[in-house]
Design a protein around this ligand. Sequence first.
Ligand code: FAD
Ligand code: NAI
Length: 470
Amino acid sequence: MFDLIVIGAGPGGYSAAIRAAQLGKKVACIEKRPGKALGGTCLNVGCIPSKALLDSSELYETTLHKMEKHGIKIGSVALDVAQMLKRKDDVVKTLTTGIAGLFKKNKVTPVYGAAKLTSPTTVQVTADDGSTSTLEAGHILLATGSESTELPFLKFDGQRIVSSTEALTFPEVPKHLIVIGAGVIGLELGSVWKRLGAQVTVVEFLPRTLPTVDGEVATTMQKLLTKQGMTFHLGTKVTGSQPAADPANIVITATGPDGQEVHFEGDRVLVAVGRRPYIAGLGLDEVGVAHDPKSRRVTVDRHYRTSIPTISAIGDLTDGPMLAHKASEEGIIFAEQFAGMQPHLNYDAIPAVVYTWPEVASVGLTTEQLKEQGTPFKTGKFPFLASGRARAMDEIDGFVKVLTHADTDRLLGIHIVGPRASELIAECVTAMEYHGTAEDIARCTHAHPTLSEGVGEAARAAWAGQSVNF
Ligand code: FAD
Ligand code: NAI
């Protein structure tokens, strides 16, 4: 008998299991991924392998195109895709094994197999060899994450028409990669294969890219990716596929913005149109755990309780952004609440990053959201072309945009497109978490010369009406 059974060992589940065990609870964590791999989507087929390939491909791009300007001459440069994939797999292996080590250190019992709820306090586990066992606990936490959404008229075949999982393992660079969906996965994995030499065409249903990102930032990013060689077809609705004359290719059919039929022929198609909660075989209906039939999201209150008092849920399975740090923070908060503590998570200060080059990072509300709400706001901007450090790096694309309340100067949103935006956003999150103002950021001394000065300058522009260095 356990105090807590966690189903799913992704960032949400493993963080919850470890924190609950640290607080004295007897915890089991069940994971069904083959090969007893812990870490969920994030470590195995998500954040980590995609960033490993983004980093490798960025080095390749830098070596090919940026070194000479810095006065570094390199002879012939060759690509070894097999080695690049092996390095990525090694990174994944190190980190997933690390979770097993953390379980051991914190006395979490790992259980390998597919879990199914059989009552509000019991779970049946089916192991790889088909054998079953039953576990019982006072409480059960569901953290089964999400899976790629399939288009009904463009089913994944694992070869030509693929999800992000297969796009992380292409054995050679595609000649022409067609990406359906200009969201985070489309732009990140599109960037990887573009840098490595593929022609990349992105087909997006909406009239814009990155729908959740500040509009001006998304437009800037799209222009920069276009300059890097990606092609975008916005307002274009994919309708299906048909065989191509060349058997190595496939033809995607779509309806363009003016209603005209358009075709795209390529050797690989990455469908990246969103993810949806993974609930297959979990037994939600049998035990009566309420979930939205359309979105599949499990319904929870602000303490992560489902409709069954002894069952809770967190992470991609529940409402909110499908992000690893959102899932892990919820896991920790859940565990601490379960142990009698009273922490809470500020959903207004969860950062989001797109790991293209340059990167996109944001926290808080966008310009469009503020306009829609009718909130009076001020905007302060600072372009990286005016940053000494960005000049020294020769990375001058992009800007920092700070949005504040027009009457109180309180920070409402910060949006960055530029070099190392993923790191710059941390200061902005801290400031927002402390309910800071633009003046608070502007008056912090930022080391010179750093990219972070751009955040200080944009904050100054929002607060004082102008920055000093632009
Ligand atoms: P998951 O990580 O999905 O883990 C759930 C686990 O539960 C899985 O291992 C699954 O096998 C297991 N499971 C499911 N059902 C059962 C069952 N019945 N029995 C036992 N086990 C079960 N987010 C970021 O914040 N930053 C990024 O850079 C980023 N990059 C991404 C790149 C890609 C290509 C993808 C696909 C996603 C990326 N994400 C990123 C999103 C991130 O991976 C998810 O938000 C995060 O993994 C969600 O964590 P989770 O714990 O809710 O679920
Ligand atoms: P997404 O929601 O980011 O983007 C999907 C895009 O596909 C949208 O622009 C949407 O308008 C478009 N689309 C939907 N249906 C379409 C259709 N029929 N034809 C053409 N376009 C269509 O989803 P994505 O990129 O699949 O990523 C899934 C989730 O994974 C995201 O919600 C994100 O939170 C997470 N993720 C996070 C990363 C990060 O934090 N850096 C990296 C990768 C994934």
